[in-house]
Design a binder for this molecule. Structure first.
Ligand code: 1SD
Ligand code: ZN
Length: 231
């Protein structure tokens, strides 16, 4: 029964790799973040240290049964986040459509994930909702030239990673999992409350690549606590 519940939350593309390994996993991501399931607290500060001019290797990771996204691999040493005395290095960022995390049960058109890992390979993902708004100039070099196939690489020079992070770092924090196979748990999630804006045509360029979307359905909290410093 437990495994059937998880299977029902998987995009069809993942059905072939689902097996009994998912049974017993109960701290999965994404989740529905609502005002009635979050607890206010004094959260520890987030310290980002991000290059304002790094190179990106952007790939289309469209393989069925695996992750499906456009992913920007960043140069080693280009970014880190320090939280609770632990420093995690930025490996890559990528997008999902529609958003994987829900905001009061609503999806936004896109969600950004910045994937970090520490010296012990513990993962921390910073998520940010993306809403329709003005053209995002910083992301234009990626979204105007999205790699159309898994064979394409797009090189972006002088990308300012700070353009992805808001000044206001209020967030929602919980412990969950990868949202793509193998859905490993123990991932620290920090979902920033301030959304990022992109134009409808930028969003559409991404959605054209993944017409069925590339978002996993929300998973049960199973007693987990979501902390926030949003007043
Ligand atoms: O989908 C990503 C996948 O691309 C990979 O980055 C993995 C970490 O190795 O994380 C997932 S996710 O949970 O950030 N969606
Ligand atoms: Zn992701």
């Amino acid at each position: 029964l437990v495994s059937a519940l998880f299977v029902s939350g998987l995009p069809a593309a993942y059905a072939d790799i689902v097996d009994d390994k998912l049974a017993g996993m109960e701290a999965q991501s994404p989740i529905d973040i609502r005002s009635d399931n979050t607890f206010f607290g004094n959260l520890s500060p987030l310290t980002f240290n991000l290059s304002s001019s790094t190179t990106l290797d952007v790939i289309n990771n469209g393989s069925p049964g695996k992750e499906k996204t456009v992913r920007a691999n960043v140069a080693a040493g280009a970014g880190s986040i320090t939280v609770d005395g632990d420093t995690y290095n930025l490996a890559q960022f990528h997008f999902h459509t529609p958003s994987e995390h829900l905001e009061n049960s609503h999806a936004t058109p896109l969600e950004l994930h910045l994937v970090f890992s520490d010296a012990n390979s513990h993962l921390l993902v910073v998520g940010r909702w993306i809403n329709y708004g003005d053209t995002n100039a910083a992301l234009a070099p990626i979204f105007s030239n999205l790699p159309q196939t898994t064979a394409d690489h797009l090189a972006v020079n002088s990308f300012n990673l700070n353009s992805l992070i808001p000044d206001n770092l209020e967030s929602f924090r919980y412990t969950g999992s990868l949202t793509t196979p193998p859905f490993s748990e123990g991932v620290k999630w920090i979902d920033l409350a301030q959304p990022l804006d992109m134009s409808a045509s930028q969003v559409q360029a991404f959605q054209k690549l993944f017409p069925d979307g590339d978002a996993r359905e929300v998973q049960p909290l199973n007693g987990r606590i979501i902390l926030t410093d949003v007043p």
